[in-house]
Each structure stands twice: as structure tokens, then as C-alpha cells.
Design a protein around this ligand. Structure first.
Ligand SMILES: Nc1ncnc2c1ncn2[C@@H]1O[C@H](COP(=O)(O)OP(=O)(O)OP(=O)(O)O)[C@@H](O)[C@H]1O
Ligand SMILES: Nc1ncnc2c1ncn2[C@@H]1O[C@H](COP(=O)(O)OP(=O)(O)OP(=O)(O)O)[C@@H](O)[C@H]1O
Ligand SMILES: [Mg+2]
Ligand SMILES: [Mg+2]
Lengths: 228, 228
């Protein structure tokens, strides 16, 4: 599904270059469940942004389903982003003037065959899955940190994407809710979805089948989870 | 230092009221180190916003240093907020068009006797304490999630406030950095500061001397940490 070769990403800051990714080589197959760990600043979010087609690498290649993403036109990239990928961002990025329900409906807006009634029902189901059906009409600033994070998770799953990129989806959640979220990912995985999860928490990383560790923009280990 | 009686906070949402705090009674003495835990949506951030004078209760009273905060004029409240309290927000709230260094300098701007050179040095010291001196010139969107959180922590400690309110200060930090942050709070506590910390993590809560648990807008337990 995903094939990455010598992927690098550098940021130019005046005279200084920040080398966020220094040559990543990875393959992730359809149906994998991968956890990515590593210290703060080691390049995890940068890598996730490249996988999610939200950013372009400085050099190296990224093949998605056999197609070189660098050679996709904007229309194809937009379609991949909206239909294939569900993204839980580290910083949530909910639209502030839009209710929780409307935020969760957003990924469904491109589905022209779907009526607005069907979109609302599908979005309400996703909110119910994360326990926030009663917060549907709240705006993000009327939600707790953990509630905002759960709305972001509902939005990531609402259009049944083929693969889910989740960047620290439990940073603001208590242990019980964190476990519920990881069990949700496990269930989606058992339905055939590919899950790529960034987490700082050792226990949560062990819901995955494979653990990749980043440090200073490189992969320093990539191994099956032997504790399953 | 802090005395709270029957504190409530309700939000009006059309016909529905959300009762975020349903009557909190607490005393926190100068030099205490308190951890606040509880499920998502239980009222922790709402309570911290009241303690930090960022919001007003619906009913009940909050005495700070013997003075009823509801009777303070705006000038007095602003002075308390800027000089007495260091606040690490759950959502960071760094100014996006301002560098890390400038964000950390902000609490020092009211100190008219301090030269801009002294402010810069003091802010750089705070950044060094959190390991980000080399990111001084970065803007928040050029920082990782954990780096942004650490800039917020540096900003909260830079003006040597009497008390520090930290709302989930380690949600985006790996375990090693989380421990470093809690050790920093321990050190500040040993220097006489009052620390009030909201955290979802049991291990981190046990750096505190007292643990308060919220549920559904109420305090359901308040006890010394017996594992110290
Ligand atoms: N402005 C608002 N309007 C309406 N409801 C609100 C508002 N702000 C917060 N709430 C509600 O108040 C409750 C308490 O929120 P609060 O942010 O204090 O929770 P919390 O304990 O900090 O949760 P978390 O651990 O997820 O950060 C939540 O149910 C939330 O939906
Ligand atoms: N736009 C940018 N300009 C300059 N440097 C950047 C930019 N974005 C990220 N960086 C730097 O790239 C490095 C990697 O950042 P990244 O966000 O990928 O880390 P991370 O592993 O997700 O960290 P965390 O665990 O703290 O979220 C960091 O050192 C950061 O300062
Ligand atoms: Mg990150
Ligand atoms: Mg909160």
C-alpha cells in the first residue's frame, strides 16, 4: 500500500536548515497496524504529513498503491486525501465556527450521491461511537480538550477511509477513554483497515502489530510487536 | 492562598444548561503541590480557568490571598494574572505570528523596570530549562507538538510566578520529557511555589503531595499522596 524510499524533509530557516526527516525507508502493507514512537521533535508528525499527502518531501519517493504521489495531479491527490485517508491531527484542527456535528460531516461533503440527511446520520453515528452524541451542537470552544480530540477521531472515521493516520489521538484523554479509542482502532483494523498511529505511550503502542521508532529524523527500529 | 466555596459554573446552550462545575469546596495553601485528575469533561479545565481568573463562576466564592476575587477590579485582576500566576494551557495558545522567544517574553512585558535585553535573557533561560534554546527563532507552526507544549511551559515559569496552574502540560510529551517537566515542577515547588497540575496520568500525578479527583463537576476525592 505504502512504499517510502529515502524520504527526506528539510526546512530552510534563513541560513540554517532543519533536517526533520533524514532518509526514511519503509513499506506498510494494506491491513497493517503500525505504531510510530520516538522523542519530541524526531519527525513523526512531519512523516505523517507526507503520508497524508498534506506536504511534499524535499527528496526521495512515496508510492501509494503503486502510484508515485509526486506525479499525481492535484485532483488525484485531493481524491486520495478525501476518500482514502482519515486523519486525526495532533492539534485537532476543528473549524471553530462549526459545530461538532458539522465538523464530523466535513469529509462526507464530497460524496455527491449522499443526501444531507444521510450525512447527518452517518456523522451522528460516528459521534455516538466516541460517546459525544449529546455534544453534537457544541462548538469546539464549548468542548473540553478530550472532547475536541474525540470529535477529531469521529471525523477521521466517518467516511470509512481505507487507512487511518492518527497523530497522538489520546494525548488529552484519560486512560479509560484512551483504551476505548485503541479498541476502536483494533475493531477497524479487524474490518480490514490500515492503521498508522503515532503515540508516546508504550502501553497504547502495544495494541499495534508492529512498532517503528524514530529518532532525529531516522527510523532506528522497526519490529513486530512480540507482546501481542 | 486559595479558598473556594460552593463554586459552580454553568453554560447556557439555548434551553439546555451544561453544569460544568456543581459546587466545589477546596482550600489550597501556599506551597502546596496538588494534582487534579478526572475523566474527560469532568470540569478540570473549567475549574483551572476560574482559579486563573480567566473566567467568572456562576455562583459561589473564590478567595485568593484573603481577597474575594469577584470584588477585585479589573486592574487588580490583571495584576494577579500577570504577576502571581503562571498558566500552562491545555491548548498552548501561543501567538502564531510571534517566535518562541517572543512568546516566552510576553509575561515580562508588564515589568517596566526590566530592559528588553534583560527580558530576552530571562526568556532564553526559561527556554534553556525546557531544552529549546535552539528553537528561539521558530514560529509555533515550525515546532513539533511537544516543542510547542514546552514553549508554553517556559512562558508559564519565566516571571517566577507564586503559583503555577498547569493543565495537562505533558499530553504531547514522550515519557522522558514528561518526567523532566514533573521534576522541574518538583524543583519549583521546593523553592516555595504552589503548583496545581491537571493530568490524566497516574504516575505523573504521584509527583504531587495531594491528589484531587473530579467527576461530573464535583470533587469526589481529595487526599494526601501516600506513595511519596
Ligand atoms: N463554553 C462552553 N459552553 C458549553 N459547554 C461547555 C463550555 N466549556 C466547557 N463546556 C462543557 O463543560 C464540561 C467540562 O469541560 P472541561 O473543559 O472543564 O472538562 P475537562 O475536565 O477539562 O476535560 P478534559 O479532560 O477532556 O480536558 C464539558 O462537558 C464541556 O462540554
Ligand atoms: N515548518 C517548519 N519549519 C522549521 N522547522 C520545522 C517545521 N516544522 C517542523 N519543524 C522541525 O522539525 C522537527 C520535527 O518536527 P515534528 O513535528 O515532525 O516532530 P514530532 O516527532 O512530531 O514531535 P512531537 O512528538 O513533539 O509531536 C522539529 O525539530 C521541528 O522543530
Ligand atoms: Mg508531533
Ligand atoms: Mg481539560
Amino acid at each position: 500500500l505504502i512504499s517510502v524510499r529515502d524520504l527526506t524533509k528539510s526546512y530552510q530557516m534563513g541560513e540554517i536548515s532543519v533536517h526533520a526527516l533524514r532518509g526514511i525507508n519503509l513499506d506498510i502493507d494494506e491491513g497493517d497496524f503500525v505504531a510510530i514512537m520516538g522523542p519530541s521533535g524526531s519527525g513523526k508528525t512531519t512523516f505523517m504529513n507526507l503520508l497524508g499527502c498534506l506536504d511534499k518531501p524535499t527528496s526521495g519517493s512515496y508510492f501509494l498503491d503503486g502510484i508515485n504521489v509526486a506525479e499525481m495531479d492535484d485532483k488525484a491527490i485531493t481524491q486520495v486525501r478525501n476518500q482514502k485517508i482519515g486523519y486525526v491531527f495532533q492539534a485537532f484542527y476543528l473549524l471553530p465556527r462549526t459545530t461538532a456535528l458539522e465538523n464530523v460531516e466535513l469529509p462526507l461533503l464530497y460524496r455527491h450521491k449522499m443526501s444531507s440527511k444521510e450525512r447527518r446520520e452517518k456523522a451522528m453515528q460516528a459521534l455516538e461511537i466516541v460517546g459525544l452524541a449529546d455534544r453534537a451542537k457544541h462548538y469546539p470552544n464549548q468542548l473540553s480538550g478530550g472532547q475536541q480530540q474525540r470529535v477529531a477521531i469521529a471525523r477521521a472515521i466517518v467516511n470509512d477511509p481505507a487507512f487511518i493516520l492518527a497523530d497522538e489521538p489520546t494525548g488529552n484523554l484519560d486512560s479509560r477513554t484512551s483504551v476505548e479509542v485503541l479498541e476502536l482502532f483494533q475493531k477497524l483494523h479487524s474490518q480490514g483497515k490500515t492503521i498508522i498511529l503515532v503515540t508516546h505511550e508504550y502501553d497504547l503502542s502495544h495494541y499495534a502489530l508492529r512498532i517503528i521508532t524514530f529518532r532525529d529524523g531516522k527510523v532506528i527500529s522497526d519490529a513486530p510487536n512480540l507482546d501481542v
